[in-house]
Design a protein around this ligand. Structure first.
Ligand code: PMV
Length: 349
């Protein structure tokens, strides 16, 4: 890219929910994980990001949901832009405007969709045509789980040991299995310990080594259960994996305890419902909200029951989502403010 040109691209990505979790790094700088992970993209929840490289800018800027971002967030974005500049051979700074159509405080990992959309928009605006593995690697350097929001549907991140071999790929398309993620929101307060810090604490737990040693077995069971649409096997391994990650979190130094009383109430209820014959299981990320994964035919009943649990403030639902993609923008939307009012397309129950 010549430094005198001004180029813009806009990209779209969904967040994802991990069924086999990423917690702990082999390499913190490059975010190469200590083990592989498997996830599903979440359709209806989306981040849109526009990147404009302009040689007249003196610094990278970041606007998030219509507001100038905090310096730490801007600097993290600038580090990914530095990688793009290095690949494209340019020194031009960029204006980045990004918006989510889901409440950032709902405990849904917005960094995954944010860095997947940023990697795609920034590389395209810089004139690079990266293939899917290269985009996934680039997104990973911004936020590990973002590499899984680049491919579509059900996705596996092979841990790898180097920048080259640590990336995600699709193991099944979105329409392979009609699962629904019903997110029981029990708190919209921002988490106190972010995942970047949490990954660094993982090895301080005496349980992390056992969790990692068993990870290939869980990955095999989960991958197979998805491919065979075997909900019983899937439910067992998804809950086991979430409990193992939280056991590590709770036993690290300092310890991380993300659950609230309502978190446990939902976990207990889901166990009961499965025993009654409903196809549902729980998984929890670095926060108190519970993702209840169920078969599509059971989701109205699950949503109804979740809303009746004291402490559940709202339930968001999402179905399997596609890959990150570039958006063709009409010239009129070159105004960055057009990204501030994204349609709220997620299903708020
Ligand atoms: O990508 P990060 O650094 O925000 O880590 C994500 C960590 C979990 O959401 C807890 C698990 C996962 O695999 O998504």
């Amino acid at each position: 890219m010549s430094d005198t040109t001004e180029r813009t691209a806009t990209a779209f990505a969904n967040p994802n929910i991990a069924f086999i979790k990423y917690w702990g790094n082999r390499d913190h700088e490059l975010r190469i994980p200590a083990s592989g992970s498997i996830s599903m993209n979440l359709a209806g929840l989306e981040t849109r990001t526009r990147v404009r490289f302009d040689s007249n800018l003196s610094a990278d800027t970041l606007t998030l949901n219509g507001q100038p971002a905090a310096e730490a967030a801007r600097a993290r974005v600038a580090r990914l832009l530095d990688r793009v500049r290095e690949m494209a051979g340019t020194r031009a700074r960029a204006e980045v405007v990004s918006a989510n159509n889901f409440p950032t405080a709902a405990g849904i990992a917005s960094s995954a969709s944010a860095y997947a959309a940023l990697a795609l928009a920034a590389s395209a605006a810089a004139g690079l045509a990266l293939d899917e593995p290269a985009l996934s690697r680039l997104a990973r350097t911004g936020s590990g789980s973002a590499c899984r929001s680049v491919p579509g549907g059900f996705v596996e991140w092979q841990a790898g040991t180097t920048h080259e071999d640590s990336y995600a790929f699709s193991i099944a398309p979105p329409d392979h299995w009609h699962l629904v993620d019903c997110v029981a929101v029990v708190s919209t307060r921002h988490k106190t310990t972010g995942s970047t810090h949490g990954h660094a604490l993982a090895p301080t737990s005496p349980l992390q080594a056992a969790r990692l040693e068993d990870a290939p077995r869980r990955l095999d069971i989960c991958r197979q259960a998805i491919l065979e649409r075997d909900f019983e096997a899937f439910a067992e391994v998804v809950e086991l994996d979430s409990n193992l990650m939280h056991a590590v979190m709770m036993t690290s130094s300092p310890r991380l305890l993300y659950w609230l009383p309502a978190t446990l109430a939902v976990m207990r209820a889901v166990e009961r419902w499965r025993a009654e014959g409903l196809s549902a299981c729980y998984t929890i990320d670095a926060g108190p909200n519970v993702h209840v994964i169920c078969l599509h035919e059971h989701h109205p009943e699950i949503v109804h029951r979740l809303k009746a649990i004291p402490g559940v403030e709202q339930v968001l639902t999402a179905t399997p989502g596609g890959a990150a993609r570039l958006l063709d923008e009409p010239a009129a939307s070159n105004n960055p403010r057009s990204l501030q009012n994204l349609p709220g397309q997620y299903l708020r129950s």
